[in-house]
Design a protein around this ligand. Structure first.
Ligand code: SF4
Length: 116
């Protein structure tokens, strides 16, 4: 994998996504967690929470969300932002019933169906 580590991030991303079954999420996970490169993986929790909070347009696809969120966050925060959004999605901003009264991001959140 050293050759991947030596590539610029976009070149490495293009190389990874040439493989069948490797989409933007998997490529970003390899880039971020294995190679320490600035990439922002968007899994189901990150996608849901960023849509609710208003960090991306609601109708945006998950594929579009990758470059969008990479533009929203400074690269040095990708790792922490990704992990914190996953934690928020797993523990508080659940898919079926978000626990908005307990949410630390409540005041920042645009979600129109916020629970009271
Ligand atoms: S306020 Fe509610 S909808 Fe908004 S991020 Fe928090 S839990 Fe999710």
């Amino acid at each position: 994998m050293q050759f991947l580590a030596d590539m610029p991030v976009e070149e490495a991303r293009n190389w990874l996504t040439k493989f069948n079954g490797v989409g933007p999420k998997t490529a970003a996970i390899v880039l971020c967690f294995s190679l320490g490169k600035p990439a922002f993986p968007v899994d189901t929790h990150v996608y849901r929470v960023t849509g609710r909070i208003g960090l991306r347009p609601e109708k945006m696809t998950v594929e579009q969300a990758h470059p969008h969120l990479e533009a929203v966050f400074p690269p040095e925060t990708y790792y922490a932002a990704h992990l914190n959004l996953i934690r928020l999605g797993r523990e508080i901003c659940n898919a079926r019933k978000p626990l908005c009264p307990k949410c630390p991001a409540r005041k920042l959140c645009d979600y129109k169906d916020k629970t009271k």
